[in-house]
Design a binder for this molecule. Structure first.
Ligand SMILES: [Zn+2]
Length: 261
């Protein structure tokens, strides 16, 4: 009973036959304003999401850091392998040089025609040469192990670079495809948006845009279970009823957004 009385606008206006045309037009206009604003908000939310995703895609497409990092690691591993192979070659040469010295010592030792003193000296030298050969051979073995490890690391880094490159290429193909689809969708939505704004008054559009800027892109929010779905504020019975009325522009008392439904 009381609820009927509180529905002021429409029944009151319709009770004056002489003014019926004008109020009905006003009613239709206001009704369509609420509906059009809600529709506009839906389109803008979709457009915002698309723009956000397009920005992410742009950033992802221009981000070559994964490939760059893998390439740097591969380059470092290749340089380490070159250095390890060089060190091994040097160690092998040192062993060979020492071996040659030992051979010469042995030839002199067993060649004959030496005094006992010379033989003693050659014998001592032989011992020293053999001890140093052991050290050099140990170094050679270490260099060989280091070289083999560097080879394994280099192969892993090269494989990682190849797979990172192919993964990036596949991702970029997917992203470019998504980008194209979104841009097509965006163009269609922008056309719909233009049509949607055509029927809304300039003042309301200005208010709507102001709210969008001030309220994280959301100017119009539906009411659910008696509360503003944007901020969660509970509406009083009168506010909820006003929000249900297609003939009124109702703002949430807490967040200020236009609430409806
Ligand atoms: Zn609210």
């Amino acid at each position: 009973m009381f609820q009927v009385l509180s529905c002021l606008c429409i029944p009151t206006l319709l009770t004056f036959p002489s003014l019926a045309d004008s109020p009905i037009q006003v009613y239709n206009l206001i009704m369509s304003q609420v509906r059009l604003l809600a529709n506009l908000q839906t389109l803008d939310t979709q457009l915002d999401n698309i723009r956000h995703r397009l920005t992410e895609i742009d950033a992802a497409l221009s981000d070559h850091s994964a490939v760059r990092k893998a390439a740097a690691r591969a380059e470092k591993a290749a340089a380490a392998l070159t250095a390890a192979r060089l060190a091994l070659k040097r160690a092998e040469q040192e062993v060979q040089t020492q071996q040659d010295k030992i051979d010469r010592n042995q030839q002199a030792l067993y060649g004959g025609g030496k005094s006992p003193k010379q033989l003693e000296e050659l014998q001592m030298e032989s011992g020293a040469l053999a001890r140093h050969l052991e050290t050099l051979e140990e170094r050679q073995l270490e260099a060989l192990i280091a070289s083999e490890e560097a080879e394994v690391a280099d192969q892993a880094a090269q494989e990682n670079l190849a797979s990172t490159k192919s993964q990036a290429a596949a991702e970029n193909t997917d992203l470019s495809k998504e980008q194209q689809q979104l841009m097509t969708e965006q163009a269609a939505l922008e056309e719909q948006r233009e049509a949607a704004t055509a029927g809304i008054t300039t003042d309301l559009i200005t208010e709507y845009e102001r709210l969008r800027k001030a309220r994280l892109g959301l100017a119009v929010a539906p009411v659910k279970d008696g509360a503003c779905t944007a901020c969660g504020a509970e509406l009083t019975a009168a506010q909820a009823q006003a929000a249900r009325s297609p003939s009124k522009i109702t703002n949430c008392v807490v967040c200020g957004r236009i609430v409806h439904g």
